[in-house]
Design a protein around this ligand. Structure first.
Ligand SMILES: Cc1cc2nc3c(=O)[nH]c(=O)nc-3n(C[C@H](O)[C@H](O)[C@H](O)COP(=O)(O)O)c2cc1C
Length: 300
């Protein structure tokens, strides 16, 4: 049995690292490529009911410590995403990320993704830069409960909720996901942020604010997973600033059964191979016989 095998409830993965929503996951071919390059699963770009162009440029800024983006959830719409899913699901485990503005719309998207062969659905309750979506719903405990329970009543595949760090009630939101029957919590999405050009005396992003990702986010994500592990029983998936096996190990020891990598893929397409190798070496050296044995180790 592979040392890296992990389980998120009933979903078994040969490797614990997944591609995070939004990076190298817009086409069937790019998702297939990431599976071949060592990802244990791929989370799709968040898909909505209809095509969206997203925000106009500038929508992406690079810093020495990460990225600031306000893509604005560009996507082709659920109907046109079917063909990409057909290609990707042949290659491996695909988790379908969806965004919507009501519980009913979330459940109808999840239903379609289940038909398209998704192994699980990830509800984007956390985008910080699309009006009417994401954090506007994902910081309302009652709304989160309603969305998750409505989707759970509609699909048989596992339902994950991706949460935002832009709140002081993260554990309460996590509890709402658990109480509604959610199968796992994914944390965290990007942190709402902005940058201003002194020369032009105006915000750099056309949307004015966006979401910060990359290394600067990691300690916030690790803390979020640690807090959620203390409050919840359902599995957790950690995401935010993972660039190496050490970063992944931090999230696992904070309480995550699996992890996702986003920004780091942009600078290193072979990141999963390197993380897998490093994690395996660490586990052998420190006597961890499975990922499960490492999960939450920092709490003991
Ligand atoms: C360019 C870009 C696009 C993203 N698009 C999505 C998205 O569509 N849905 C979503 O849930 N998260 C999206 N994210 C957030 C990532 O999935 C992830 O939660 C975040 O970037 C933190 O992980 P990282 O530091 O490894 O990038 C996006 C991030 C970036 C940088």
């Amino acid at each position: 049995m592979s040392l890296l095998r992990t389980c998120i409830g009933n979903l078994e993965l040969e490797r614990p690292g997944m591609v995070a929503s939004g990076i190298m996951d817009e086409t069937g071919d790019s998702m297939m490529r990431m599976i071949k390059l060592g990802a244990g699963a791929v989370v799709t770009k968040s898909v909505g009911s209809v095509k969206r162009d997203g925000h106009v440029n500038p929508s992406f800024i690079e810093f020495p410590f990460g990225y600031l983006n306000a893509m604005g959830l560009p996507n082709p719409g659920i109907d046109d995403f079917k063909d990409e899913m057909m290609i990707a699901t042949k290659a491996g485990t695909i988790i379908a990320s969806v965004f919507a503005s009501s519980p009913k719309e979330f459940s109808s998207l999840a239903e379609r993704m289940e038909i398209f062969g998704a192994s699980a659905v990830e509800l984007n309750l956390s985008c910080p830069h699309a009006k009417g979506y994401g954090i506007e719903m994902g910081t309302d405990v009652k709304m989160v409960h309603k969305i998750v329970s409505t989707v759970k009543n509609t699909v048989k595949i596992p339902v994950y909720a991706k949460l935002t760090p832009n709140t002081h009630i993260l554990a309460d939101i996590g509890k709402a996901v658990q109480d509604a029957g959610g199968d796992a919590v994914v944390a965290i999405n990007t942190l709402k942020a902005m940058s201003i050009s002194p020369e032009f005396a105006m915000p750099v992003l056309s949307n004015r604010f966006g979401g910060l990702s990359g290394p600067a986010l990691r300690p916030i994500g690790v803390r979020a997973i640690y807090d959620l592990r203390s409050a919840l029983e359902i599995p957790l998936i950690g995401v935010g600033g993972i660039c190496s096996w050490r970063d992944a190990a931090e999230y696992i020891m904070a309480g995550a059964s699996a992890f996702q990598v986003g920004s780091a893929i942009a600078s290193d397409i072979n990141i999963f191979k390197k993380i897998n190798k490093g994690l395996e070496c660490f586990m052998k050296e420190f006597g961890y016989s499975s990922i499960e044995k490492m999960v939450g180790a920092a709490h003991e």
